[in-house]
Design a protein around this ligand. Structure first.
Ligand SMILES: Cc1cc2nc3c(=O)[nH]c(=O)nc-3n(C[C@H](O)[C@H](O)[C@H](O)COP(=O)(O)OP(=O)(O)OC[C@H]3O[C@@H](n4cnc5c(N)ncnc54)[C@H](O)[C@@H]3O)c2cc1C
Ligand code: SF4
Ligand code: SF4
Length: 404
């Protein structure tokens, strides 16, 4: 899949520039890395930007409702309980949409993706599961346009939905289409050329790995073909995985972890992690999002939101280290583990007990990443700061007393 390396090299390979039905220059005009995150886009969708005096809205974005739930009958093979996939199937069955713009796994590869315009329930079902690599979701807009579809659902990460919303408004091609959106939270995505190298350094058995997630218990969970789950504490990863250059510059310049322009964001990060459960955390942002949730509301088991909001001491303890690690342009990284596995397991166990949980963990994770990304951009391309960084990021940095 062709990518377009504009915007000072920032490109998340969202798929729009691979479309040939309209000029690539038009696609690039709508690119989030050209236009920046949130700001006017958020205002156009909600009639206002997020409040800079509301600490929750600054982190989670504008919402109508937050819901913690899981499907009573989980979708086999989905990333979590499969709320995204089931919601998409129900939207199609109820004729809210004629097709779903999403991704399939590349045949024979658990982690790689290929774009798909799903046009029946089986095809929608085949889009389930994560593909932890940059993915050309928007490429299938071309097929939807050529088929003359009038109502579609797009499932994507924040870069997809920013660029999509801008393109739909800026140009005529999709202006007649009603586009519903389901967003996934997204962070630490990787380029597929780097994926084998990264997986080999995370897992003791990369060839059998089929499912991977960064979890709220401070460990990476890697499921293998035989059902075994390998749990690696973040603290015991090889030091070379701390090198910011293993992530695409686009993802290190990303400031919308929780996908604030989606009609509904479906993640897990603010839900409690409990054995044998697949609780998910949903941010309903628009009336369309509410309509999508209503399609499956009787099939969900609900839970109260959990955890304490406060996590500032935890963020403060790590912020100095994050800033230092972002300074290290061209630094050499060791191939050895940061700390031994047994010690990492103890530390992860301790932090899972005393550290932030539920919405506190979501708060911590959002702040950690926005601090990391602010300084990544500041130390590498300070001239991009004004364009890329949304206003709330500076307010949050100031809350922690961090230099701008
Ligand atoms: C790189 C990455 C990082 C993530 N980090 C977090 C996180 O930190 N916190 C959190 O709460 N959630 C995160 N998620 C989202 C989370 O893993 C689940 O996708 C989400 O909770 C939905 O679960 P589900 O069972 O409803 O999904 P499913 O029903 O399995 O559906 C998942 C949908 O997401 C689509 N998808 C998968 N990979 C991509 C991709 N690369 N780009 C665009 N669309 C994709 C699939 O095609 C499918 O339509 C991340 C996802 C990715 C890809
Ligand atoms: S992120 Fe998408 S719109 Fe932007 S340059 Fe890359 S392919 Fe084009
Ligand atoms: S981290 Fe951000 S830029 Fe990268 S794929 Fe996810 S949403 Fe897009």
């Amino acid at each position: 899949m062709e990518t377009f390396n504009k915007n000072n090299g920032l490109c998340s390979s969202c798929g729009l520039c691979s479309i040939h039905t309209w000029p690539v220059e038009q696609s690039v005009k709508s690119c989030v890395f050209n236009n920046g995150w949130l700001g006017e886009r958020e205002k156009k969708l909600f009639g206002r930007e997020r409040s800079l005096s509301d600490p929750v809205e600054m982190r989670f974005g504008i919402t109508l409702d937050r819901v913690t739930a899981q499907l009573k009958k989980p979708v086999a093979g989905a990333q979590w309980s499969g709320i995204v996939t089931h919601m998409a199937v129900r939207a199609f069955e109820e004729k809210l949409v004629e097709g779903v713009v999403s991704l399939q796994h590349t045949p024979g590869h658990h982690f790689f993706s290929q774009p798909l315009l799903a046009r029946n329930s089986d095809e929608i079902y085949s889009t389930r599961g994560n593909k932890p690599v940059l993915s050309p979701v928007l490429y299938s807009l071309e097929s939807a346009y050529r088929h003359g579809m009038k109502k579609i659902l797009v499932i994507g990460a924040a870069c997809h939905l920013h660029t999509l919303r801008d393109f739909q408004e800026r140009f005529d091609y999709l202006s007649e289409m009603e586009i519903l959106t389901i967003g996934i939270p997204c962070v630490d995505n990787v380029a597929r050329s780097k994926w084998p190298w990264i997986l080999e350094r995370m897992s003791q058995s990369p060839d059998t790995a089929c499912h991977l997630e960064f979890m709220q218990d401070f460990r990476i969970h890697i499921r293998h073909n035989d059902g075994r789950v390998e749990k690696i504490p973040f603290f015991s990863l090889p030091e070379e995985l701390s090198d910011p250059s293993i992530f695409p510059p686009a993802c290190m310049s990303c400031f919308d972890y929780l996908n604030s322009l989606a009609d509904i964001t479906v993640g897990y990060i603010g839900a409690r992690l409990l054995p044998e459960q697949k609780r998910q955390w949903l941010l309903v942002r628009t009336e369309t999002g509410r309509k999508l949730l209503n399609l499956i509301k009787t099939e969900l088991e609900y839970f109260p939101e959990s955890g304490k909001w406060e996590c500032s001491s935890f963020v403060k303890n790590t912020s100095k280290r994050i800033i230092e690690s972002m300074k290290g342009v061209n630094k050499e990284y060791a191939t050895t583990r940061k700390i031994p596995l047994w010690l990492g397991q103890m530390l992860a166990g301790l932090l899972a007990m005393i550290g932030p949980k539920g919405i506190g963990f979501a708060h911590y994770s959002v702040d950690f990443h926005l601090i990391r990304h602010y300084y990544y951009v500041k130390f590498r391309s300070p001239e991009q700061l004004d364009k890329l960084v949304p206003k709330h990021v500076r307010v949050i940095l100031t809350e922690y007393g961090l230099p701008l």
